[in-house]
Design a protein around this ligand. Structure first.
Ligand code: IPM
Ligand code: MN
Length: 364
């Protein structure tokens, strides 16, 4: 039995998590995995109820779980709250409390999607890389931080241990892929980046089979839109990863498609890369694919069922191939569907894929 804590959060978070949970249970059943879920508040909705965007009760439910599935947090009504009460603060505290130091954001093009990107098909075709973002250090958490009337400041800081473990994970992921790691920094200007670069080079000695290159972050931003095929795994710091992963997300056609996994040594959290999209919340319009795909990552990383992950990814690709599109990715000639319809189509395809798979297993 596995325990999954659901944190739908704000805006479209509720709809996309509901969709993904259906897919999760369907898949789990096919692999004889029983999943128990509990649902808790996080973000603005938690602030409204409890005056706190992340309560101890929610945090405890995450500590008790094998995996956490999060929708999105934030919305206009909470934008002017004090820093530590904002929905975003809940997300940062959750990452820190669960020790989720690594954030894996794949940038992969679904074949039926090459025409939806802002990049030309020739540039994009075959793009498949991973952004590995350090998630619990750097300028997001460094002290001192603050502002007064005349000055504002933050601190970009990394310890040896923080760089070592994320670098190690980068090499490990690259080892299972095309064995190419690109470390992205700003070592021509920032001391903390030179430090990062030195440590990554040290860790590289344990991974001689992986090719390591370094790139400045401004150049990396440019290279990703110029020639994304050159990348296999990108490892980078918290803030650079935040920016780079949005660029990577955009070229794949829509941020609404991209999943993520945040892993530490003990806990794991899965969430779509997109935000809470308050403008379309509650209208059954949101694209559930990023969250469904995050569930696929959950099967892969938390439940060690790569075949289950594959089946979900296949079902998504199949559904897109059949022309079904939510409004964010809709073009003339496509079949426009709602959140729930898209989910049903994906589940239909998933059932067929799972059935075919179980037949082929029986046949063996
Ligand atoms: C992300 C988001 C968050 C971040 C915000 C909401 C705190 O942009 O997950 O990329 O900056 O990490
Ligand atoms: Mn971001």
């Amino acid at each position: 039995m596995a325990k999954v804590t659901l944190l739908p959060g704000d805006g479209i978070g509720k709809e996309v998590v509901e969709a993904a949970v259906k897919v999760m249970h369907k898949t789990a059943a096919a692999f004889n995995l029983k999943i128990d879920t509990v649902e808790k508040d996080i973000g603005g909705c938690s602030y409204d109820k409890f005056g706190n965007p992340l309560t101890d009760d929610t945090l405890q439910a995450c500590y008790d779980a094998d995996a956490v599935l999060l929708g999105a947090v934030g919305g206009y009504e909470w934008e002017n709250l004090e820093h530590h009460l904002k929905p975003e603060a809940a997300l940062l505290k959750l990452r820190k409390s669960l020790g989720l130091y690594s954030n894996i954001r794949p940038a992969k093009i679904y074949p039926s999607f090459v025409d939806s990107s802002s990049l030309k098909k020739e540039v994009l075709d075959g793009t498949d890389f991973v952004v590995l973002r350090e998630l619990t250090g750097g300028i997001y958490f460094g002290q001192p931080r603050g502002y007064n009337e005349n000055r504002g400041w933050n601190t970009m800081e990394y310890s040896r241990e923080e760089v070592e473990r994320i670098a190690r994970m980068g090499f490990e992921i690259a080892r299972k892929r095309d064995k190419k790691l690109m470390s992205v920094d700003k070592a021509n200007v920032l001391d903390v980046s030179q430090f990062w670069r030195n440590i990554v080079a040290e860790v590289h000695k344990d991974y001689p089979d992986v090719e390591l290159q370094n790139m400045y972050v401004d150049n990396a931003a440019m290279q990703i839109v110029r020639n994304p095929l050159q990348f296999d795994v990108i490892v980078t710091s918290n803030i650079f990863g935040d920016i780079i992963s949005d660029i990577a997300g955009m070229i794949t056609g829509s941020l609404g498609m991209l999943p993520s996994a945040s892993l530490g040594s003990k806990y794991a959290l899965y969430e779509p890369v997109h935000g809470s999209a308050p403008d379309i919340a509650g209208q059954n319009k949101a694209n559930p694919i990023a969250t469904i795909s995050s569930v696929a990552m959950m099967f892969e990383y938390s439940f060690k069922l790569p075949k289950a992950a594959e089946a979900i990814e296949k079902a998504i690709a199949e559904t897109l191939g059949q022309g079904f599109r939510t409004q964010d990715i809709y073009k003339e000639g496509d079949k426009l569907v709602s959140t729930t319809e898209m989910t049903e189509k994906i589940i239909d395809n998933l059932e067929k894929i799972l059935e075919a798979e179980s037949k082929s297993i029986e046949a063996v």
